[in-house]
Every structure is written in structure tokens, then in C-alpha cells.
Design a protein around this ligand. Structure first.
Ligand code: ZN
Length: 283
């Protein structure tokens, strides 16, 4: 499932071919993804100029000159392909139409943005740009982890007295927006905090230490995504999926990377999600 850095990478990949361009034609091949598309979505997109792209949590927001904003959510299996435009040193010709190409944006410069989603957990919606903070997917989100509103004082105050495991608290989108399972595992490893620890029982100093670690982990992953764009080998022009060097995520049984530890990484299930951690290094 794409997390914040992957979404940021997809946004960075489509921004150069969309920004300032007209959507010559929006092809909408079905009435819905996870939820129904907004009424007349194809008509409301066709002929609009793209003013710019932003990201909020795991949503890509495309601002249009109609004072509307297109929200794109990749869900579990959503993929965005760019064709007919240069991507770094690479150029992907238009692919043959494929099954699950649910929305295709034909840009007036000749580029195509294809949204393909086999499982249809993704979503698209349109909203007035001025009212984006009231959108039901956005209004309850906490601050962006890379934004100024997310700092040590905020996190310590939000976690104070909380009886939930720290892992669940960091995944709670109302506390901080856009963090997902992979990066929370990595952050807790770097912080040396056991994912099962009750959030409210961790010393304020240790909670505060999570803030720069969250920023570091996300910045490193975004940088890796940026290099994946510059070094764009995927033959079909798909954006956003790139190799990371994870320290604990998906490493059950493999030796801990801490020098002189080497204890096998543990996996437990918390709230239906796998938590990977070192029982020696994380307390
Ligand atoms: Zn260890």
C-alpha cells in the first residue's frame, strides 16, 4: 500500500506533465472506484487547466482553473502511469489500453495520465478548492508530519494519557496524517521504542525524540523516490514504487542491524497490522 513518500513520488512524477496544461479530454471508464465518482466528473475535468498539484496526507490534490480540486487516492493497488512525455531521461510511449484503466487524462501537450486500479480501493473526487479542508476525507486529519504544526510539543500533548499502544497512536490519522505501517515500524526501531508500549506511559523526552526521526525516515524515503524518478527504469511508466532499505519492516527472523545485537526481528500483529521490531533494542 503506498504511503506518504510513495504518494509524494507519484505527485512529483505527474506534476511536470500536468502543471499549466489543459486536460484536453478526461476519459472515465466506470462510475466508481471505492466510492462513486462525483457527478459529471469527465465534463468537469475536460477543458480545465491544471494550476498545480499538492499532497495532503496520502491524497494528491490537483487544483483546476474551475476553482475545483481533484482528489486522487491510490488506495491499495492504484497505479498511475505517465506516457507520451519525458520522465527524466526516459520516454514511455502510450501503452495499449489495459484492463482496469479506469480514468485516463489526455493532456493537451500529448501526455497521458492513466489511473489503473485492479482492486478499486482507490478514489477520486472533486471539491471546491476553497472548501478542501471540509472534505470528509480531509477534515479530521491531523497535521502533516513534515509541516510546522507537527512538533515535539504537539506530539507530547497529543499522546499524554493515551492508553493505546504507541504503534496504533502513530497510525491514527487524527494525530498525524499520512504515516502508515511501514514507516511507523521503522521510526519505532530508530527510537528504540517497543511498538506495544502504551503511548501515555512513554517519557515525554522519548516521545519528543520521535518527531525528528519521523521527519528523517520520510525525507529519506522521499529522496529515494526522487532518485527512482530520475533513474526511471520501469518499462511501463509506472510511478511511485521503489526499493527501500528497511531496517525492520518485512524482516521477520532476519538479524537486527544494530551492531552487536543480531537478534532475529520479531513480528506481531497489532490492530490487524504486522509490527516488525527488535525485542532487544526496542523497550
Ligand atoms: Zn536489535
Amino acid at each position: 500500500m503506498p504511503e506518504l513518500p510513495e504518494v509524494e513520488t507519484v505527485k512529483a512524477g505527474i506534476a511536470p506533465v500536468m502543471t499549466g496544461q489543459l486536460i484536453a479530454k478526461a476519459e472515465v471508464n466506470r462510475p466508481d472506484l471505492r466510492w462513486p465518482f462525483p457527478e459529471n466528473m469527465a465534463d468537469r475535468l475536460t477543458g480545465r487547466r491544471v494550476l498545480g498539484l499538492r499532497r495532503r496526507s496520502k491524497y494528491i490534490l490537483v487544483d483546476l482553473d474551475s476553482a475545483e480540486t481533484l482528489l486522487i487516492h491510490l488506495g491499495m493497488s492504484g497505479r498511475i502511469l505517465v506516457s507520451g512525455a519525458a520522465q527524466g531521461a526516459f520516454y514511455h510511449p502510450h501503452p495499449a489500453p489495459a484492463k482496469h484503466d479506469h480514468v485516463v487524462l489526455h493532456m493537451d501537450g500529448g501526455a497521458r495520465i492513466t489511473f489503473n486500479d485492479a482492486r478499486r480501493f482507490g478514489a477520486m473526487d472533486l471539491m471546491p478548492t476553497a472548501a478542501q479542508d471540509d472534505h470528509w476525507l480531509i477534515r479530521d486529519l491531523g497535521p502533516e508530519p513534515l509541516g510546522n504544526a507537527f512538533d515535539e510539543t504537539y506530539l507530547v500533548a497529543r499522546l499524554k494519557g493515551r492508553n493505546t499502544p504507541i504503534k496504533s497512536a502513530l497510525l491514527d490519522q487524527r494525530i498525524v496524517a499520512g504515516l502508515g505501517n511501514i514507516y511507523v515500524c521503522e521510526v519505532l526501531f530508530r527510537a528504540g521504542i517497543d511498538p506495544r508500549r502504551k503511548a501515555g506511559q512513554i517519557a515525554a523526552r522519548r516521545v519528543a525524540s520521535l518527531v525528528p526521526l519521523i521527519r528523517d525516515v520520510l525525507h529519506e524515503a522521499i529522496a529515494a523516490g526522487g532518485s527512482s524518478l530520475r533513474d526511471y527504469r520501469q518499462s511501463d511508466g509506472e510511478l511511485g514504487y521503489f526499493q527501500h532499505g528497511f531496517q525492520v519492516y518485512d524482516r521477520e527472523g532476519a538479524p537486527c542491524v544494530t551492531p552487536d545485537c543480531a537478534r532475529p526481528i520479531s513480528r506481531i500483529v497489532q490492530s490487524g497490522r504486522s509490527s516488525f521490531f527488535c525485542a532487544q533494542c526496542q523497550r
